[in-house]
Design a protein around this ligand. Sequence first.
Ligand code: NAD
Length: 266
Amino acid sequence: MNRLTGKVALVTGAARGIGAAIARAFVAEGARVLLTDIDNARGAQTAQALGERAAYRRLDVREPSDWDAAMAALLNDWQRLDVLVNNAGITGFEGGAAAHDPEHATLEDWRAVHRTNLDGVFLGCRAAIRAMRAQGSGSIINLSSRSGQVGVAGAAAYASSKAAVRNHSKTVALYCAEQGLAIRCNSIHPGAILTPMWDALLGDGPEREARMRDFVWDTPLRRFGRPEEVAAVAVLLASDEAAYMTGSELTVDGGLLAGSPASPRG
Ligand code: NAD
C-alpha cells in the first residue's frame, strides 16, 4: 500500500461520492491529500476520518480566487503538488426536475452546469500546470463521464460539458508534453456509479429499487459500480506506473460503452 508514498494530491469535490473514495484510496497508498469541496461540514468530516495525512479546505471550483488561495496554502504547507483530481461535478438535476433536453433546457441551467463541470476543470488544470512546473512533473486526472463519449437526450449540458472535459484533457496533455514537462493529463469516464449524485434521479421512495434496475438494464455487468472501483483507476493514473500514459481516456462503466446490446441470438 505505498504506490503514492511521498506524493501530494488535491482532490476537488472530495466531501462524498467518488471524490471521497479517491481521497481515501490515495491516503491508503501513502499520499498526503488536500480534500476540497463547497460542502464544508461533510468535507471536514471526511478528511478527519482519513487521519493526519489528510486535510480539508473549501474550494469552489468555479472561483479563480479559490484556486489561487488553495494552491498557495497547499504549496506553503506541503511544498509541492504531484496530483490534481478534477472531480467536482454536477448533473444540473440537483435543484429539482428542470428539463435538460436540447429543446427545453434554459440558458441559465446550461451555463451553470458548464461553469462547474468545464470552467472548474479549466481553472484546475491551469492552476496545476503552474504549480507542477516547479518540479517538472505531475499527474492531472479529470473526471469526465461515459456521457462525455456519447450523447444523452435528457442531459444536454451535462453531456456537452463532459465531452469538453474529455477533449481539454488531451489538449493539456499535448501542451505539457510540448513544454518538455512530465505532467500527464488523462480522463476517467465512469458510468452508473452509485453515489449521492443519483439521489435526485432515483428518489428515496419505494420505487427506488425498480428505478435502479431500469438504469442498469443496459449495463452488461447489470449493476451499479462502486466509487472504490473508480478510485482504483485514479490510483493507477496518479502513480508512476502510469508514466507513459497521457491524453488517454479510461472507461469505468460496467461495459456500457463496449457496444450495442443488439446481437443475433441463436
Ligand atoms: P456527488 O454528487 O456524489 O459528489 C460531487 C461532489 O462535488 C459533492 O461533494 C459536491 O459538494 C461537490 N461540488 C459540487 N459543486 C462543486 C463546486 N462548485 N466546487 C467544489 N465542489 C463541488 O457526485 P459523484 O457521483 O461522486 O461524481 C463525481 C464526479 O464523477 C463528477 O464529476 C461526476 O460528473 C462524475 N461522474 C459520476 C458518475 C456517477 O455515476 N456517479 C458517472 C460519470 C461521471
